[in-house]
Design a protein around this ligand. Sequence first.
Ligand code: 5AD
Ligand code: SF4
Length: 467
Amino acid sequence: MTTQTYFIRTFGCQMNEHDSERAAGVLEMMGYRPAADEASAGLVLFNTCAIRENADNKLYGQLSQLKPLKLADPDKTIVVGGCLAQKDQGALAEKTPWVDVVYGTHNMGRLPQLLAQADSKSLPVVEILEHTEMFPSALPARREVAHHAWVSISIGCNNSCTFCIVPSLRGPEKSRKLGEIVAEVRALVDDGVSEVSLLGQNVNSYGRDLVLAEPDGGARNRTMFAELLHALGEVEGLQRIRFTSPHPKDFTSDVLAAMRDVPAVCEQLHLPLQSGSDRVLKRMRRSYRARRYLDLVAEVRSTIPGVAISTDIIVGFPGETEADFAQTLEVVEEAAFDSAFTFEYSSRPGTDAAAMDGHLDPAVINERYVRLSDVTRDLAAASNRRQVGTVQELLLEGPSKTDPTRLSGRTRTNRLVHVPAPDDAGPGDLVNAELTDARSFYLLGAVTSSPVSAPVGAALPVGARTR
Ligand code: 5AD
Ligand code: SF4
């Protein structure tokens, strides 16, 4: 029997990256092996995104490119899962009848059964569930990078930002038990992982559902997210903890204190602003205001020296005036973001914003987007330039995508740095590097000592590879 092979293409966010690693884990458990590309794979899986309209369009375009492959080889299995599948359900299979299996955001664990059903049917097998049957992290994983792991701490979202389709696709927030998360992280560290990124739509409301279910009805005042950071800080050998994304409205001082006090928690914070205009924030149903956001940024910067703060901003929300946009620019300048993801507003079916008055001309949205992106790019470049001349700890990741003689690594603040490959260190090693040159989106440097001793925990002896 020939070995079955698979190829996964991932669209969208880190949540999807994580889901894809889990889908790969499930397929490998079934005996599948990775293929180099879509054309040579026996099974092609698209893990889809629906957050903005261009994500939808791009995806349908790419799905059409699979049609000739399926016609040439009817035995090829085509699977579409994730957010767009959850959104479009059976309509997706009607638009692209050459797919074999469609699953949503709640049932990736049922891939083996769905594939078995598809074997015996000529029509696409479509299964979309309304509730999650298990956390993705409870499934086996095939990690893309040996020393880094995504860990989902909660799924779904209880907020109702008016632009966002996520709550309708990923359901209400459900937290995973603290002990289960710590046990998973321990097992990952035993398997060579030194950095984890905790994932949730709104990480700092983590555990609210668990606390409410306690006998005292949630009377304690320390948030469970702070508790989780402290608990993970005790895992020996875990060097770096990151998390994404907190919501500014729920960012409590105990979480900031945990960031300061738990050495493994990195000096990095992604704090989505969305808009700098109070009027727009209100229409977005984001319950903080620009001043509160800026005060929080100032508090984070004074508590965590050297912290890098990144953000998400949407331009062209319905009803956004030039004055509103000018306020966003002002807040961006004052916050002095170290990096920013900027998005043109995209109307999503079923969201409250889609039904609002005042949708803007796409040309206006684009013009503001370009102006904002210029500002955020300059701020990112300035932030990188301030690093030049410093020596920072790098976790080496692998060969640089553009120059194979170099290795790429990340600082604790999540800055990308390329260094000439040293003889005595490789992917997974922590090294010190002097940063010598800055560009807008990366830095250049040279390793000064390698590998460095593990700064956190005692499990890694000096010179040990983490993998
Ligand atoms: N249009 C544009 N950007 C959006 N985002 C979420 N929904 C939309 C939308 N409808 C952005 C937000 C969010 C990020 C993940 O995607 O900025 O933080
Ligand atoms: Fe969407 Fe707002 Fe929830 Fe983020 S917090 S997933 S933007 S509804």
